[in-house]
Design a protein around this ligand. Structure first.
Ligand code: 9MR
Length: 449
């Protein structure tokens, strides 16, 4: 029990009812997660940022990165021009650096972007027709294979739809190779890395409009025909000319209702002060309100890191200080310091779902495919909450673990990382691992302290 809860219990005095109410408020207040990713993780979501490899040596930058974020997207390092500067010759140095940093800090990676009309190397810009199509497929295959097992989700195709009211595909040399170029890219990505979620990613699709309707039609068609697609990314670059749409949540929901995940992939909102903070709150609440909105990523850490730096669109100022937008985002995620506001979940009472007693429980869900699997393990805190936890999960012989996230692994023993050891009573966090071989039935057990 920490200081705040002791104080609340003491103040509750003799009345039994007062004690119950005080415990309810105190447990929500004193256990509130204090960083973006920890708060998001308590809601079963991730919170990520775009990262530039050359900034990892900046200690202000990397300190915030590793404290606040559990997902990283290489801002430019995985694009076609960076990874295949001359045809058939691949260059992964900067992207590998980001992936290694992420793995060393329990963070996952969104891959961005395999096929895009922009940031193509010069040699690809000079190709067309079958030669370009074949080069694109080879690129998708090679890059997705290089990172096989290390990517949570790939933006397989980026920004393939036209702006304006036409509601059709963007003209590009890739589009001119044939309308099926997008599904061909998705099939190549699935074949190369069956564990990665495969996303279509675009901007100006954040509300319902001609462009998002066209993407919606494509995704519906892909689902109907079994083209492998798992998620749609909504970039969410907002400013006064392109504000947060009033139907943002409804738009996320209609895509989710097609049976795939939605993610906010490149969030930034120009402005300052309470207006900017309010917009960040709205976006965060929209994601939380859509059960298949699996997480959100901001497009940089400090305002000075932004591609639109003059619009001060991010959560930290140029010195790395938290802005009002940071606080509103953290609060919307259910995090923040001790607060006297009502708990976001109701106090424990006879009508609430029972909170497991004791330290913690763990359950595993397995996604198995031919030759490999991903396990998501959910750790749920019992009535005492947790400050740290350890899950023991015997793994079958003959498998090889290739990756794990949001956890420190030592054989069959899995221990929390810094940001997810603390779990509120009845709340949960998740970690995962990927392996080759067959999972069979996994039975994790959990111990808390
Ligand atoms: O933030 C990226 C910037 O550093 C690059 O110069 C720019 C080049 O196209 O790409 C920026 O990121 C874009 C992302 O890859 C796709 N959606 C739009 C982003 C902002 O332009």
């Amino acid at each position: 029990m920490d200081r705040n809860r002791k104080r609340a219990l003491g103040a509750a005095g003799a009345g039994a009812l007062a004690v119950v109410v005080a415990v309810g408020i105190a447990s929500a207040a004193d256990a509130a997660a204090s960083t973006l990713h920890a708060a998001a993780a308590e809601k079963g979501r991730y919170f990520g940022t775009a990262v530039a490899a050359y900034k990892l040596s900046d200690s202000v930058y990397s300190t915030i990165l590793d404290r606040e974020f559990g997902m990283v997207t290489p801002e430019n390092e995985m694009k076609w021009d960076a990874t295949e500067p001359s045809q058939g010759s691949f260059s992964y140095g900067s992207a590998d650096q980001i992936v290694a940093h992420a793995q060393a800090h329990g963070q996952r990676v969104r891959g961005h972007a395999l096929a895009w009309h922009q940031q193509q190397p010069g040699w690809a810009q000079n190709l067309s027709g079958t030669a370009l199509r074949n080069a694109m497929v080879n690129h998708v295959t090679q890059v997705a294979t290089h990172y096989k097992g290390k990517i949570y989700a790939w933006d397989v195709v980026n920004e393939a739809f036209a702006d304006g009211g036409g509601g059709g595909r963007r003209d590009s040399s890739l589009q001119r190779t044939g309308n099926d170029w997008i599904e061909v890219a998705f099939r190549a990505a699935r074949a190369a890395d069956p564990a990665a979620k495969l996303c279509y990613n675009d901007y100006n699709t954040d509300g319902q409009n001609a462009k998002s309707n066209a993407v919606y039609a494509m995704v519906s068609d892909f689902k109907a025909r079994g083209v492998p697609i798992d998620c749609v990314g909504f970039q969410s670059h907002f400013n006064s000319a392109s504000p947060v749409p009033s139907d943002y949540q409804a738009n996320l929901q209609r895509f989710a209702d097609l049976g795939l995940d939605v993610q906010i992939t490149e969030l930034d909102i120009e402005g300052s002060g309470s207006a900017q903070a309010d917009n960040y709150r709205r976006v965060t609440e929209a994601c939380l309100a859509v059960s298949r909105c699996t997480g959100m990523t901001v497009w940089g850490i400090r305002d000075s890191d932004s591609w639109r730096a003059s619009g001060t669109p991010l959560l930290f100022d140029g010195n790395g200080n938290k802005k009002a937008a940071y606080t509103s985002t953290l609060t919307a995620l259910g995090g923040g310091g001790p607060t006297s506001s009502p708990p976001s979940s109701p106090p424990v009472s006879s009508s609430s779902p029972p909170v497991p007693s004791g330290g913690c429980t763990a359950t595993a869900s397995v996604n198995q495919w031919q030759g490999g699997f991903v396990v998501a393990v959910r750790v749920t805190a019992g009535s005492g909450g947790t400050n740290a936890w350890t899950v023991t999960m015997p793994l079958p012989s003959g498998i090889t673990v290739t990756n794990s996230w949001s956890v420190t692994r030592n054989g069959n023993t899995f221990t929390n990382v810094s940001y997810n050891g603390h779990i509120n009573p009845g709340q949960y966090t998740e970690f995962g691992l990927q392996a080759t071989g067959t999972a069979g039935t996994l039975t994790p057990t959990c111990a808390a302290s």
